[in-house]
Structures are given as structure tokens and as C-alpha cells.
Design a protein around this ligand. Structure first.
Ligand SMILES: NC(=O)c1ccc[n+]([C@@H]2O[C@H](COP(=O)([O-])OP(=O)(O)OC[C@H]3O[C@@H](n4cnc5c(N)ncnc54)[C@H](OP(=O)(O)O)[C@@H]3O)[C@@H](O)[C@H]2O)c1
Length: 305
């Protein structure tokens, strides 16, 4: 359950570094902040923003993280927010508690993800669990917080993807039904969907003060990596640097895909308006709500790319 109001670890007022020219205080939200890359990103962002919302699914891990971050960054309010991304109800509760407390969000890092499991598992909402945690719930979070993002002086949505999504291209959007289930394939497909979503969002944001990017942070030694493949990865600090770069770099709407710190050409499939539309329709059905950016994105995707 979301806990923005109750669990706030409020520290003293920050110095002026984080206050924008309109007087807004800088606010960031990082999902999956209790481990791996997300934890390292939270440590970095805590030194930059005025308010840092750290998300996790374990109350005890969140408390431990807040207890570490708060004394190290006395000028920043550290706000733990709890939600299991396997549950839409949890995501909605968390978003509602954030909306009740804050009026804008400058940076949203959708970092949380799972490598899933064998055999295929369904969530309480009836979706394949990797697809819900890695794609549907992050998109629901963006939709539920859309007004707060638009209210920021300049907002940036960073979706952490994985280049392995290029393997999912050939199977389109249908593997979630379990006919050819494998966790690695489901993981790749969830990241493909998140990258397509980022293309739509970047397109819908074009011409506004909001931007969306996705990035592959690089092969990194974490719990998720160890579950997916046995080969060792790099250090989390380097991956966190890359996420931070994606969160703060200047970008154009066409430049929405990064590997490390490099803007690379996305799969052409991500940019195809029919692919974006098909995914949005399927997503709206799964979430039982309209996606506030969908209409704008549909009108613009062909013109932009
Ligand atoms: N590591 C790599 O080589 C690599 C490469 C490319 C992309 N990525 C991407 O980088 C991001 C971070 O991954 P990582 O490698 O740092 O993995 P990680 O160490 O396993 O961290 C994943 C985070 O997501 C959270 N999470 C997982 N399932 C959740 C759920 N149901 N509800 C809420 N939170 C949940 C975890 O919470 P708990 O702490 O409670 O488990 C953890 O904080 C992911 O998007 C991943 O796909 C990683």
C-alpha cells in the first residue's frame, strides 16, 4: 500500500540548488529502489533533488533504505512508497497517496523489474506476472501520475529497458498468452512493450516541457541478472551513472533510446504507429482505463518519425 504521507522522513529544507526558477522544488520517484541499480540511482538522486520518493515492495527494506539515505542527505526529504507491482490495486493506492501529498513530479524512473519464474504465473489481475510488473504497472503508474508529471516545470520519464527486447520483435505482442512461454522471452517481451510505450510517450510529449526516454543501463551484476543468465555483469555504480544521465540529459523527442550514455537507433518496429496503437489498445483493456497520452501520440507518431 502507498504510504507517502505516513512514512515521510522529512529532513531540513534543502539549499537552493534543487529549486527551479518557478520556485518548484525538485521531486523524483524511483521504483525498485531497494536493490541493485535502483538503489544506487536513489543514492545519487538523493544528492540532487529536494524530495526523493523511493519505491519498493518490502516495508522493511524500504525503512532500511530510508534510514541510510536520510542522514547522508539531510537537505532531502526521503519518502518511502510501498507497492507490489504485481497488483494494480497496490499501484493505484501508491499513486493516490502520492497525488494526495505532492502537486508535481519532475523525474520518474521506472526501474523496478522482475526476471520472473518457471512455471508461468498469473497475477491477481489475471496477467502474466513478468508482463504486469515490467510493463503494465509502470504504464499504469505513468497514467495515474500523468497530471503531476504535466504540472512539473520540466518532467522526464525514464523507463529502464533491456536491449534483449530486440529478440522479442519477431514474436510481436502475442507471447503473453503462454503458448510458447519462457521467462526470458516474457522478460524480453515486457521490455519490448516498455520501449514501444516510451516511443508513444516521447511522441505525445513532443513540443511540451515533458520528455520520455528509455535506456539499457548495461550488463550489471545484480539479483535480476543472476536469475536471467550466469555470465557476470559490471558494477551497479556505472549503470546508475547511465540512468542518472538519462534522467538529466537534454534530448529531442526522436532521441528517446539510449544504451549506456549513447543515443542509438531504436528498432524500427517501436516507431510504427500501428504497433504503438495495438499495444495501447491492449494496455487500455488490461488496465481498464484510458491512457491520457494515447490520443496525442496517435496523432503524432507518423509525423514525428
Ligand atoms: N542487471 C542488468 O544486467 C540489467 C541489464 C539491462 C536492464 N536492466 C534493468 O535494470 C532495472 C533494474 O534491475 P536490476 O538489475 O537492478 O535488478 P534487481 O537488483 O533485481 O532490482 C530490481 C528491483 O525491482 C524490484 N521489484 C521486483 N519485483 C517487484 C514487484 N513485484 N513489485 C515492486 N518492486 C519489484 C525489486 O524489489 P526487491 O528489492 O523487493 O526484490 C528491486 O528493487 C530493471 O528494469 C532491469 O530490467 C538490468
Amino acid at each position: 500500500m502507498g504510504s507517502a504521507e505516513n512514512n515521510s522522513v522529512t529532513r531540513g529544507r534543502s539549499e537552493r540548488r534543487g529549486i527551479t526558477s518557478t520556485g518548484q522544488r525538485l521531486l523524483a520517484l524511483v521504483t525498485g529502489a531497494t536493490d541493485g541499480i535502483g538503489e544506487a540511482v536513489s543514492h545519487r538522486l538523493a544528492g540532487i533533488v529536494d524530495t526523493l520518493l523511493v519505491h519498493g515492495k518490502s516495508a522493511s527494506l524500504l525503512s532500511a533504505l530510508a534510514a541510510e539515505l536520510a542522514p547522508a542527505h539531510p537537505g532531502t526529504s526521503i519518502v518511502p512508497v510501498l507497492a507490489d507491482l504485481r497488483s494494480f490495486a497496490d499501484v493505484r493506492r501508491m499513486a493516490a497517496s502520492i497525488r494526495a501529498t505532492f502537486d508535481h513530479i519532475d523525474i520518474l524512473v521506472n526501474n523496478a523489474a522482475t526476471a520472473g519464474q518457471h512455471p508461468r504465473a498469473l497475477t491477481e489481475d489475471g496477467n502474466e506476472s513478468i508482463f504486469q510488473v515490467n510493463y503494465l504497472s509502470p504504464v499504469l503508474l505513468v497514467a495515474e501520475l500523468y497530471d503531476l508529471l504535466r504540472a512539473a516545470r520540466c518532467c522526464r520519464v525514464v523507463n529502464v529497458v533491456c536491449d534483449i527486447h530486440r529478440q522479442a520483435r519477431a514474436i510481436g505482442l502475442g507471447c503473453v498468452d503462454g503458448r510458447r512461454y519462457h521467462p526470458l522471452l516474457a522478460y524480453a517481451q515486457s521490455k519490448f512493450a516498455l520501449a514501444v510505450h516510451t516511443a508513444s510517450l516521447a511522441s505525445a510529449f513532443a513540443g511540451s516541457r515533458c520528455t520520455a526516454v528509455c535506456l539499457d543501463p548495461g550488463v550489471t551484476e545484480t539479483k535480476l541478472r543472476r536469475k536471467l543468465v550466469v555470465l557476470p555483469g559490471g558494477v551497479v555504480s556505472e549503470a546508475a551513472d547511465n540512468v542518472l544521465y538519462a534522467a538529466t540529459m537534454r534530448t529531442m523527442p526522436r532521441e528517446f533510446y539510449l544504451v549506456g550514455k549513447e543515443i542509438v537507433q531504436p528498432e524500427p518496429e517501436l516507431l510504427r504507429a500501428p504497433v504503438q496503437r495495438a499495444l495501447e489498445e491492449m494496455t487500455e483493456e488490461a488496465l481498464g482505463r484510458r491512457l491520457p497520452w494515447a490520443e496525442t501520440a496517435q496523432g503524432r507518431s507518423t509525423a514525428c518519425y
